[in-house]
Design a protein around this ligand. Structure first.
Ligand code: VG1
Ligand code: CO
Length: 543
């Protein structure tokens, strides 16, 4: 086998964002673009030679070609063994699970998550470390630094390998194992949840609908719900992963998972509905005519963890990203456990999980997970909910409303202004940064600012500091407005405005969310001049 060293010139735009490097497919298809980034990963790591790497993706357009290229670069760089998912498929949480189970050195996950796919869509690549979690900032910064000066990469001249057949192959010195990407993950789920009770529930007249949005969870959901748990065939809809996700936007929210929403809010709706995103790490939970906000979901899972076999001995703590509502904080206070507030992105939970400071974590962006892996996990959240429903015999709506009655309700919504002008969005943020220092005590109608800052996080384990993680403005009544720019978009900028208020009075819990948050929505506009800077009258997406 021949190894070639190819001269290249750096690209200036290979800085990983909230979750890896995401660009349009056409950017990734430029000569040397993917190769440069993958070589930059290997150049920034130490001690991977002869070790095992996990490789797979969400099945989007360019997944298969990228895997062939990465295998050849891995082989040329002296990787010992690559475990690749059959068909190139591996959900993000399954990749995390497989890295941990096989004690691999790390993994490369190909996904742009909830971003649309296909030749005109997006592609992405992310490196995960030995604990199965996304590389921390010091690793992604090293990869980026390397990508700016790289002048060559190494690649093997071997032919493409067959990814569709379970087998053990060789490429030069390197072994390639094409593995079943579902089995190890499904077994892990069986070890955490009461499959017998869930099976009984699903075989009663309780009806569920699981929408995989033509993304990676299809094979996982069919195996778990239809095969292992005996749900009716057809329970999993849009279960075949397609390279363009059927033209859809694989983002499980009320806007993009509209088919499921129609079913769950229609006549004779099923009892439970769920959807997951492109790479399977997000989840949306619906009851009959009822939507569970992700922030509430984290709080409910925390409050009910004792009902689930994998967590029945108690949880050590809980963590949420800063913009996520404080609903989980209230549960933590009652349970007498710690609650941590981290910047946006799953990489910030890794150290807390490794040190057993927290067992559960979550983000407002439809992400929940636990110490079973080091990524958020969509189907895990669905099973957790089903386990709670099976154990209590209650409906989704009852569970959430009883939760609000006990803890009070955190009304919560996120308003996204997508693909706005980048320079203007940056200006909006800079202006806010300049304002926060003097906002304390300032009054807006009945609201008084308790504190305002640009969130900075010091990791309690390794003391690393992450600055400029979002503008928070908190009022004395506990309500909040948070502003940040997305780190996963590929076109222009996306401004996210997060709104939260707290209502202890149960007689007011049925109020419409947007109505309850109206004063904050108006204030956000007034403070940040959103319309002026974004040149938009309304948000693109409200979740
Ligand atoms: C978004 C979400 C964030 C999430 C990230 C990756 O990031 O807000 O909570 O961790 O996506 O999720 P941003 O920077 O665009 O706000 V995924 O499912 O795209 O890997
Ligand atoms: Co995702």
């Amino acid at each position: 086998m021949n190894i070639r060293t190819v001269s290249t010139t750096p690209f200036s735009d290979q800085k990983p964002g909230t979750s890896g490097l995401r660009k349009s497919v056409s950017v990734f298809q430029q000569p040397h673009y993917l190769e440069n980034f993958v070589q930059s990963i290997f150049d920034s790591l130490e001690g991977y030679q002869g070790q095992t790497i996990v490789l797979g993706g969400d099945g989007r357009y360019y997944n298969r070609q990228a895997i062939q290229i990465i295998l050849k670069i891995a082989s040329a760089n002296g990787v010992g063994r690559v475990l690749v998912g059959q068909g190139g498929i591996m959900s993000t949480p399954a990749a995390s699970c497989i890295i941990r189970q096989y004690q691999a050195f790390g993994g490369i996950i190909l996904s742009a998550s909830h971003n649309p796919g296909g030749p005109d869509g997006d592609f992405g690549i992310k490196y995960n470390v030995t604990n199965g979690g996304p590389a921390p900032e010091k690793v992604t910064e090293a990869i980026y630094a390397r990508s700016k000066v790289i002048d060559s990469y190494k690649i093997s001249d071997s032919p493409d390998v067959n990814l569709d057949k379970l087998s053990v192959l060789r490429m030069g010195e390197m072994a390639i194992e094409v593995i079943d990407p579902v089995e190890p993950y499904a077994r892990l789920m069986e070890s955490l949840f009461d499959f017998d009770s869930i099976r009984q529930l699903l075989q009663s007249d309780f009806r569920i609908c699981m929408d995989s949005l033509h993304a990676v969870t299809g094979p996982y959901a069919k195996n778990i719900f239809e095969k292992r748990l005996g749900a009716a065939s057809g329970t999993v809809t849009n279960g075949k992963p397609l390279e363009d996700f059927g033209g859809g936007h694989p983002d499980p929210n009320l806007v993009y998972a509209h088919d499921l929403v129609e079913v769950m809010f229609g006549d004779n709706a099923p009892d439970f509905g769920a959807a997951s995103d492109g790479d399977g790490d997000r989840n949306m939970i619906l009851g009959r005519n009822f939507f569970v906000t992700p922030s509430d979901s984290l709080a409910v899972l925390t409050a009910n963890a004792h009902l689930v076999p994998g967590y029945k001995d108690g949880i050590s703590g809980v963590a949420r990203s800063m913009p996520t509502s404080a609903a989980a904080d209230r549960v933590a206070a009652k349970l007498g456990i710690d609650c941590y507030e981290t910047p946006t992105g799953w990489k910030f939970f890794g150290n807390l999980l490794d040190a057993d400071k927290v067992t559960l974590c979550g983000e407002e962006s439809f992400g929940t997970g636990s110490n079973h892996v080091r990524e958020k996990d969509g189907l895990w959240a669905v099973l957790f909910w089903l386990n709670i429903l099976a154990a209590t015999g209650k409906s989704v709506e009852d569970i959430v409303k009883e939760h609000w009655a006990t803890y009070g309700r955190n009304f919560y919504s996120r308003h996204d202004y997508e693909e706005v002008d980048k320079a203007k969005a940056t200006e909006l943020m800079e202006r806010l940064r300049g304002m926060v220092g003097t906002m304390k005590g300032q009054k807006f109608g009945e609201y008084e600012v308790e504190y305002a800052d640009d969130f900075s996080y010091t990791d309690p384990i390794d003391s690393s500091v992450s600055q400029k993680q979002g503008i928070r403005i908190r009022f004395t009544d506990g309500s909040r407005i948070v502003f940040r720019l997305s780190g996963t978009g590929t076109k222009g900028a996306t401004l996210r405005v997060y709104l939260e208020s707290y209502e202890p009075d149960a007689s007011k819990h049925d109020l419409d969310t947007q109505l309850a948050l109206k004063p904050l929505i108006t204030m956000a506009e007034e403070i940040a001049l959103i319309r002026q800077y974004t040149e938009r009258e309304e948000p693109t997406v409200i979740t």
